[in-house]
Design a protein around this ligand. Structure first.
Ligand code: MG
Length: 391
């Protein structure tokens, strides 16, 4: 079986007045880079690469660097292809765009590989421990007006937080870092009061702080029973991560901007995180995922992937989440404590909601793991053409 074609698509849709903000930037649109790999006997695999960055550089790497080496080549196992391409681009591509492009190709090849072997991907990367994953809602971003007058935005924030609990979520992740500590703590207090004491609250800073601000923030957050503090400092600051982690009882999460087993090795050796968050579309796809997960387990670090992007990214994450052993094992595993949970971004995203013929939707607070061969999804070609141009 040979690889016949590799098509790249940039999906893009403006959000208009639904635009939202993290501590770092605004999100005026949703975009995703996806790739379609086709074999000469008609199998089709889909992959996705990147997350927040511009999709064009990732698409260019696939189109101009990786695809020419793959087209008309015999289909080999995805891990072998990963190793070959990583070696080919090592001198200039150890992190960032090249690894995101490699992630997209890897996910598509595993999709084909699974179809060829008539197995869902999770059966090929270790086998499933569960058929569905408890979902956590990622929401409560900034809406823009809160920078000018955060107090006026608090009732809407409370309403949004409550809507997640009403929808069946038991875990909610909110954003901080755009405002002062005092103002952001008011937002945390508002949300805690809205969701009550029994809903688990996670807080994401998107690396907005230096160490002394992060330590101060963590101390304040301890009063609100916050379960994890995500990206408190910039990803390059390993010592800073370690210092914040040693200062607080809140678990430290990070890694959505990290790449490959080599990057995660440094996070683990540095004692930086309690929870590692590789994004499958960023850190190297399924092939690299297996190494990162193995490394994490040897350091006693819990892995809960970062999930963003389209329905393809969500499906890929669910396959790896199915394959994570309880960490650590207990006779009664509890979500987050021992069992992995899946990030379910609740901001508007037609690319997630419309790209799959059968969208992956919440069922009693959980997302089902796709069980058909490969990624187990069918991509809606009408949605692809609606939102994309072939790059
Ligand atoms: Mg995050």
């Amino acid at each position: 079986m040979k690889i016949k074609s590799i098509q790249t698509y940039i999906l893009r849709t403006p959000l208009g007045n639904e635009r939202f903000y993290s501590s770092q930037c605004s999100f005026p649109e949703r975009n995703s880079f996806i790739v379609k790999v086709e074999t000469d006997d008609g199998l089709v695999g889909w992959g996705e690469g990147g997350q927040y960055g511009p999709p064009e550089p990732v698409a260019a790497v696939v189109k101009h660097v990786l695809a020419p080496k793959l087209i008309n080549q015999e289909l080999q196992n995805p891990m072998k292809i990963w190793e070959q391409h990583y070696a080919d681009t090592r001198d200039f591509g150890q992190k960032g765009t090249y690894i995101e492009a490699l992630s997209a190709i890897d996910i598509a090849l595993w999709d084909i590989y699974g179809q060829m072997l008539h197995q869902p991907v999770h059966n090929l990367i270790g086998g499933p421990f569960r058929k569905s994953i408890t979902a956590y809602a990622t929401g409560c971003y900034y809406r823009g007006e809160d920078v000018l007058n955060y107090k006026a935005s608090l009732p809407k924030l409370a309403e949004e937080a409550r809507s997640y609990v009403d929808a069946g979520f038991q875990i909610l992740k909110m954003k901080v870092g755009l405002l002062s500590i005092e103002e952001d703590i008011e937002r945390v207090r508002t949300i805690r009061e809205a969701i009550g004491p029994d809903t688990c609250l996670l807080v994401d800073c998107n690396h907005a702080y230096n160490v002394f601000t992060a330590v101060k923030m963590a101390k304040e957050l301890e009063k609100f029973n916050v379960r994890w503090l995500e990206e408190p400092v910039v990803p390059e600051d390993r010592a800073g991560y370690r210092e914040v982690r040693s200062s607080t009882s809140i678990a430290i999460a990070g890694g959505e901007c990290e790449f490959t087993r080599f990057g995660f090795r440094d996070l683990f050796v540095g004692g930086c995180v309690d929870i590692a968050q590789p994004d499958i579309c960023v850190s190297g796809g399924f092939s690299e995922w297996m190494k990162i997960q193995a490394l994490a387990s040897s350091f006693g670090v819990t892995v809960i992937p970062h999930v963003w992007g389209s329905g393809i990214a969500l499906a890929a994450a669910l396959h790896v989440l199915a394959s994570i052993p309880p960490s650590p094992h207990t006779a009664h595993p509890v979500p987050l404590q021992n069992e992995p949970i899946v990030e379910y971004d609740r901001n508007p995203n037609p690319l997630r909601d419309e790209l799959l013929t059968t969208p992956i939707t919440l069922q009693k607070g959980k997302l089902p793991v796709p069980h058909n061969p490969g990624l187990g999804i069918e991509v809606n070609l009408d949605a692809v053409s609606k939102y994309s141009s072939e790059f």
